[in-house]
Design a protein around this ligand. Structure first.
Ligand code: GLV
Ligand code: MG
Length: 316
């Protein structure tokens, strides 16, 4: 199932107020954090707040995810057990940060399976989101993507990634000073995107920390959207609308995609002459055009867009 994930709202589990506020925001996904946005001493309460918020409900229409701590800490197992035992039926995904190997995904998959069995939940329903945040994770990204059928997304974690490769910058989302010959993140973004597309997962871009700079957010989001990413994190309510817009097709492109699909469907049929390459206005369309149109159409439909034009077959 293609879940729309244009905007992925980060909410610290330590803040009941923000957990509540997230319900009213137009984000496609909410992820409740027990990891880096929550201080070690606040983690036990964060688990409880998250369970309470999920069970109270109000997140209808949004994907509900919980980011647990990574497997190198002492918290992961208790995060997963407490959240899934407490609110497993009101939860869609567990987000695993700093994934480095396929085994770390397998470990989470096994733990989730036991929890689902012992609590009488449907086995395999809870998905996994894998954050790639260091060199080892990136090198292993294909194995990580295929380590469990639960994996739904591959997420770029730029802040941890920059730190882990010793990149000389403190500004997440912007180019490192001194590097003026291209996009320093291009390889990482493309590598993640290739793994996602090769294995039928969603590719998600991480946070942009300068939350007051909406123009900067749009610029950086626009780059990963242009490459083919499905969505990006939002850290502040103001970034939600920007993400939803940047990761949706514009109306003209969406209409055009639907038109190509209808026209191609007609022309390849017996009634339309069973042709493989035809003119649509000034444009030649063929099977590859249909595939490109399918991408734009799927993103538009997932975003709930309505078409404003229709295809009329020519008079016979
Ligand atoms: C997100 O977790 C990041 O490290 O950028
Ligand atoms: Mg991180």
């Amino acid at each position: 199932m293609l879940r729309s994930r244009r905007s992925n709202l980060a909410v610290p589990g330590s803040s009941p107020k923000m957990l509540e506020k997230a319900k009213g925001l137009a984000a496609d996904q909410v992820f409740m954090d027990i990891e880096d946005a929550v201080a070690p001493l606040a983690k036990p309460d964060a688990r409880k707040n998250i369970v309470a918020a999920l069970n109270e409900g109000g997140y209808e229409g949004k994907v509900r995810s919980v980011r647990v701590n990574d497997w190198t800490t002492q918290w992961t197992y208790a995060d997963v057990i407490e959240v899934v035992e407490g609110a497993g039926q009101n939860l869609d995904c567990i987000m695993l940060p700093k994934v480095q190997t396929a085994e770390q995904i397998v470990a989470l998959d096994l733990l989730l399976t036991q929890l689902e069995k012992s609590n009488g939940f449907e086995v395999g329903r809870i998905g996994i989101e894998a954050q790639i945040e260091n060199a080892l994770g990136l090198i292993n990204v294909d194995a990580i993507a295929t380590a469990s059928p639960r994996v739904e997304t591959i997420i770029f974690g730029p802040a941890d990634f920059m730190a882990s490769i010793n990149m000389k910058s403190l500004v997440v989302g912007e180019q490192p000073p001194g590097y003026d010959v291209g996009d320093a993140y291009h390889y990482i973004l493309m590598r993640i995107l290739m793994a996602a597309r090769a294995h039928d997962k969603q590719a998600i871009d991480g946070p942009y920390l300068a939350i007051k700079d909406l123009e900067g957010y749009r610029r950086v989001a626009g780059r990963s959207a242009a490459l083919g990413f499905d969505g990006k994190w939002v850290l502040h309510p103001d970034q939600v609308a920007a993400a939803n817009e940047v990761f949706s097709p514009n109306q003209g492109d969406y209409d055009h995609a639907e038109l190509i699909l209808d026209a191609y469907d007609y022309y390849t049929s017996a009634a339309g002459g069973a042709r493989g390459a035809v003119m649509l206005g000034d444009e030649m369309i063929d099977e590859a055009s249909r595939k490109m149109a399918l991408v734009v159409s799927a993103k538009g439909r997932a975003a709930g867009m309505a078409r404003t034009t229709s295809f009329t077959p020519p008079e016979a």
